[in-house]
Design a protein around this ligand. Structure first.
Ligand code: ADP
Ligand code: MG
Length: 257
């Protein structure tokens, strides 16, 4: 077996006396589209926040590609190849779709070029390169026709595609998606799935939180279920569908959500 792209060992996150994520130990296989399910409040988003450096774990270790990244900040994780989208997309509403995509990596590049060796010419070249890459990525997610539109004026589904575009600017190996299909019409959901599968064929690994059981059962393997902060199931979609505990307690609850 190849080394997992992401490993969690005993990851726990407390909010005061409340344990939102409880001793999670998991390996995410490189090249997989892994689904993470569980009822509302199970701790899925909190786990994502810990994995992406938005929250520090209270205890436990996280490693990415064999390297310990526990407690590493989001921007460094992004640079190390881990991208994530948000359950509620938050673009800069007044900036254009293109500008929102261009923002993703420019901070890092600006940082690298900063200090006394800063060169205006190189900065302009960099900006042109970022613009070209952003247009390419927008083309890929089919948002190129909306490049000049204010990001606050595109639909909820288009915002999910914009989020994916921003993530792709970092050329991540591992992409975490938080409820990509929520509030998205079926046509855009199908488009999003085809883009995920195309990226997966190119070698990218996905970890996807999703309530839509058809989405998870058709496109994710393995499926991991979380309940009250703990992993209660890990297996294929076929196994998940035969698991009575999962069917009753978790799939039922999630489907109603
Ligand atoms: P899920 O994404 O599975 O619906 P969350 O990770 O959002 O669940 O939440 C898990 C639990 O942790 C919930 O009970 C939630 O109220 C609690 N929680 C999440 N974030 C915070 C926070 N910042 N402060 C306190 N409690 C939180
Ligand atoms: Mg959530």
């Amino acid at each position: 077996m190849t080394e997992p792209i992401l490993s969690l060992r005993g990851v726990t996150r407390d909010f005061g006396p409340f344990r939102a994520v409880d001793d999670v130990t998991l390996d995410i296989a490189r090249g997989s589209i892994t689904g993470l399910i569980g009822p509302n409040g199970a701790g899925k988003t909190t786990l994502f926040n810990v994995l992406t450096g938005a929250l520090a774990p209270s205890s436990g270790r996280v490693s990415l590609g064999g390297r310990d990244v526990t407690g590493m900040a989001s921007d460094r994780l992004f640079a190390a190849g881990l991208g994530r989208t948000f359950q509620i997309p938050r673009p800069f509403a007044r900036m254009s779709v293109l500008e929102n995509v261009m923002l993703a990596p420019s901070e890092q590049i600006g940082e690298r070029l900063g200090g006394p060796f800063f060169q205006a010419r190189r900065m302009r070249d960099q900006e042109a390169a970022i613009r070209r890459r952003a247009l390419e990525v927008l083309e890929f997610v089919t948002l190129a026709p909306l490049a000049d539109q204010a990001a606050g004026r595109i639909s909820g589904g288009q915002m999910k595609l914009l989020e994916l575009a921003r993530v792709l600017m970092g050329e991540p190996d591992l992409i975490l998606l938080d409820e990509p299909a929520a509030g998205v019409n079926p046509t855009l959901t199908r488009l999003l799935i085809s883009k995920i599968e195309e990226l997966n064929r190119q070698g990218k690994t996905f970890l996807i939180i999703e309530h839509d059981m058809d989405f998870v059962m058709q496109h994710c393997t393995p499926v991991i279920a979380l309940a009250e902060g703990r992993v209660v199931f890990c297996g294929t979609p076929e196994e998940a569908q035969k698991d009575p505990l999962l069917l009753d307690a978790y799939l039922g609850a999630a489907a109603l959500d």
